[in-house]
Write a protein of this length. Structure first.
Length: 136
């Protein structure tokens, strides 16, 4: 599929709530980028931790995002870990994961999971487009 604004918008018809939120990010940023691939690569190369996604900077925002999309993010985490053959978040997040909060009840791990959920959803959306498959 070609990376066009109409194609991005058409994905919303069958999207999950998390996918819709990420698609809205792409749609809202569309006019700010001359090379539309960079909407995806800026986030996926530098991560949400870089501050590129303005609504996922502060703990109050990231924890709210995680709680809002918790079920989808948890499913995405499980599927990702299963697909690469790991069975603990510490294996995926390394030293960043607070081992004393294995259920992500506290802000720090919820923050990581919010970023993970946004980035992986963006990656999954990007993989649908020919122009992005080589760069993400």
């Amino acid at each position: 599929m070609k990376l066009t604004l109409n194609n991005i918008k058409s994905l919303k018809a069958n999207a999950t709530p998390l996918e819709k939120r990420v698609l809205n990010y792409v749609i809202n940023g569309w006019q700010s980028y001359s090379d539309k691939k960079n909407i995806f690569t800026d986030v996926l190369y530098h991560g949400c931790q870089s501050g590129i996604v303005g609504f996922l900077i502060w703990y109050t925002d990231t924890t709210r995002f995680y709680r809002q999309y918790k079920s989808e993010i948890d499913t995405l985490l499980y599927e990702t870990m299963e697909s690469i053959g790991i069975y603990a978040p510490t294996q995926l997040f390394g030293d960043k994961w607070d081992k004393e909060d294995p259920l992500a009840n506290e802000d720090y791990n919820q923050n990581l999971l919010a970023w993970f959920g946004f980035e992986e959803t963006l990656r999954n959306i990007g993989n649908r487009f020919e122009q992005l498959q080589e760069c993400i």
